[in-house]
Write a protein that binds this ligand. Structure first.
Ligand code: SF4
Length: 354
């Protein structure tokens, strides 16, 4: 680590603003204090790469509603249980008797559907390109088994369109990106190559350990200092340029690209996955009429500004005061990849301290 820090310091002659896309990277940076090792010229800002954080409130409210239905088993990853909806969260509904179960894989939800043919089993599918293949596998299996009591409430996001939206924004101040290594393990790096070419910006595929992140920063800074752009891979032990082709083929079979709303950010064209019409019988939003549910965002939570790098959690007046991991007001304080949670756990500065 010391060598990498030394090299970053040696390379850096100007101010650079870098964005790490993934919330897992943000947590590593905060946990290990990597930002404190960097020269003052380098600013790290945190990106929107936390799927729990960007899942629209409407989806959470629909899941909460479904969790109350007596004929439904609502399944979800554990991270979603405490995300506040407009009026409630999944954990509260479960405490009041809703059949809401934490699963570790979409295939666990599928198994529940097989074992409970009298129930509707819904999987709340929240994730990026890393999670999507497992969801696709479950839907594919459900089709092969002819299940008619399994469906997926889809909240799946694609990272490259979000990067493009950030670069294209009028107030963009990002000089280079650390792309999320696990996403590229699945999808390869060709979309990033196209983006870096089009927008003449360095993008470095980066892992999650402290040395991975420092190597990603070093490569990004080197490109910027040498006035080069392009996509480089600082996570070669996991990422091949072509990615995981069988997983991509499965994604293309089950899903189509769609415009998707990112919580706090808005709708980004082509930034989501939805089920192909051949699999729409497994689409929860088509199986249940959920359109009557009204959602309303908190006026205090400024997650959108944080997820786009315009603010940091300690700018929020609720941070660490009205909003804590025990009493979260927004998803970034709940999720294991949420940047508010990272600041709360590791930075230990609250608005009350300022
Ligand atoms: S501290 Fe809480 S209320 Fe403030 S932006 Fe983060 S999640 Fe939202």
């Amino acid at each position: 680590m010391d060598i990498l820090v030394h090299e970053i310091r040696r390379e850096t002659t100007r101010k650079w603003t870098l964005m790490e896309i993934c919330g897992g990277q943000s947590h590593s940076i905060m946990k290990y204090g990597l930002h404190e090792l960097l020269p003052a010229e380098i600013s790290l800002i945190h990106g929107p790469g936390c799927p729990v954080c960007v899942t629209p409130l409407e989806i959470i409210d629909r899941a909460v509603e479904l969790g109350r239905y007596p004929n439904v088993i609502l399944t979800s990853f554990g991270d979603m249980m405490r995300v506040p909806g407009t009026h409630s969260d999944l954990l509260s509904v479960k405490a009041k008797g809703g059949d809401i179960r934490i699963v570790y894989s979409p295939l666990d939800a599928l198994e529940l559907a097989v074992k409970n043919p009298e129930k509707e089993v819904v999987f709340l599918a929240v994730g990026f390109e890393t999670t999507a293949p497992a969801v696709a596998l479950a839907v594919n299996q459900a089709g092969k088994k002819g299940l008619d009591n399994f469906s997926v409430l889809v909240s799946l996001f694609l990272i490259p369109p979000a990067i493009e939206a950030l670069i294209s924004a009028e107030d963009n101040r990002i000089d280079g990106f650390l792309a999320a290594g696990h996403v590229c393990t699945v999808m390869g790096d060709h979309q990033y190559r196209a983006l870096s070419e089009e927008y003449k910006i360095p993008i470095v595929v980066t892992g999650f350990e402290p040395v991975d992140i420092l190597l990603g920063i070093l490569k990004t800074v080197s490109m910027l200092e040498q006035e080069r752009y392009g996509t480089e891979n600082a996570y070669g032990r996991s990422v091949r340029p072509e990615g995981n082709v069988p997983a991509q083929n499965l994604l293309h079979k089950i899903f189509v690209n769609t415009d998707r709303k990112w919580r706090g950010i808005g709708t980004i064209p082509g930034s989501g996955l939805s089920l192909d019409c051949a699999y729409e019988k497994f689409d929860t939003e088509k199986r249940f009429n959920l359109s009557h549910i009204a959602s309303g965002e908190s006026e205090i939570c400024m997650a959108g500004a944080i997820l786009t790098g315009h603010s940091v959690p300690s700018d929020c007046k609720a941070f660490g005061v009205a909003c804590t991991p025990e009493k979260p007001m927004g998803a970034p304080m709940v999720s294991s990849e949420g940047v508010c949670s990272a600041y709360y756990r590791y930075a230990r500065v609250t608005t009350a301290d300022q």
